[in-house]
Write a protein that binds this ligand. Sequence first.
Ligand SMILES: C[S@@+](CC[C@H](N)C(=O)[O-])C[C@H]1O[C@@H](n2cnc3c(N)ncnc32)[C@H](O)[C@@H]1O
Length: 403
Amino acid sequence: MQSRKQLEKELAELPEPSIEQMAHSQKLIELLQSEINDQPEKVISFKRFMEQTLYAPNLGYYMAGSRKFGAEGDFITAPELSPLFGETLALQAMDILSEFDQKERALLEVGAGSGALATVLLGKLAELDQLPEKYFILELSPELIERQREKIAELGEHILARVEWLNRWPKCFKGMVVANEVLDAMPVHHFEVMDQQAIEIGVSLENNQFCWQKVKQKNASTQAELDRCIVDYQLPNGMKTELNLTLKPWLSGLYDAMEAGLVILIDYGGGAQDIFHPERMQGSLRAFYRHRVHQDVLAYPGLQDITSHVNFTEVAKAADQAGFNIAGFNTQANFLLNAGLLKCIEEKLNNEQEPLKQLKFTQQVKQLTLPTEMGEMFKVMGLTKNFSGQVKGFSVRDLCHSL
Ligand SMILES: C[S@@+](CC[C@H](N)C(=O)[O-])C[C@H]1O[C@@H](n2cnc3c(N)ncnc32)[C@H](O)[C@@H]1O
């Protein structure tokens, strides 16, 4: 983490929230303060802090009404950036679904945000006459469900009728699951390596302001997992980092929900070597607020997104333990190019005569694929269960060896 001075400077440079936004955030601050004060040691884990700031009912960042996605929000995800992302995924989905009987074909999107990806996927599959029987959306946020419903409804009632919102995993699912930028939004434990032991860092209060504080670990299995991380990845003393302990139960739940098919997980991050690189001695916790990325994750509760880089080596381990096969691991650029991005852009350029719009599409391809943009920072992992069909996205330059 940066020094308090640096954080204050970063915070001073952020756009000021409105009075209404500050009042909203204040309610969440009070909730967190009373939760901290209720603890005998007056400290909560960072995982709990992140859980509440993002998902506290009616108050958390994803549970309340702020814009979040797109140019007027706090960040732009690939489906918000370009329809080419969803159209390419639709080609991959068509391939996977063709391995199943028409009546069984389903898609499941986890954490569908504004509904941008669902709308493009369903629109493209309808155009190809390849609509799945069901499009399930597993979403935690009632506010986002409403936004998703409105957006998908633009495609027409006959398509909306195939969409079903879930609050738990489906049963006997067959088809393709997609989760874009969901793993990075899962609450993580934050810890420091001291004398080759993990010391968890939590959140406490100093003059009623949130501050970092070491946690006396009471949960033996959490301590064992954090210590395992130090041994598995030979983490040096002094490193501050994160671990997502939700991955294992989450992937086990998904495995049990599936009868057969492919899971595609897309997120920024990398293998353990990247995540625990000596240049990342301070970890990867970041806050996103109106298109500014900064490190003061304790600021503006409920008004800013908090994320951490995804450790895909940990994802692969948890997936393997759950029973999945690892179908592949690739950069977003290679995955999209293998899956048919160039076919999609060619089609767009042929159908669009206006030079400015054509230019916009070619710029979007660059943003999705260039290493300096999303192309290499974002990775794609494929997991399969009872599925032996080829997955085009991983056909060239699979990076599984780097995990
Ligand atoms: C960063 S947003 C990404 C949204 C969208 N996938 C996109 O790419 O624009 C994270 C999304 O994941 C959802 N989410 C986070 N954890 C989840 C979980 N365990 N189950 C289902 N949805 C989750 C949030 O509510 C939100 O919709």
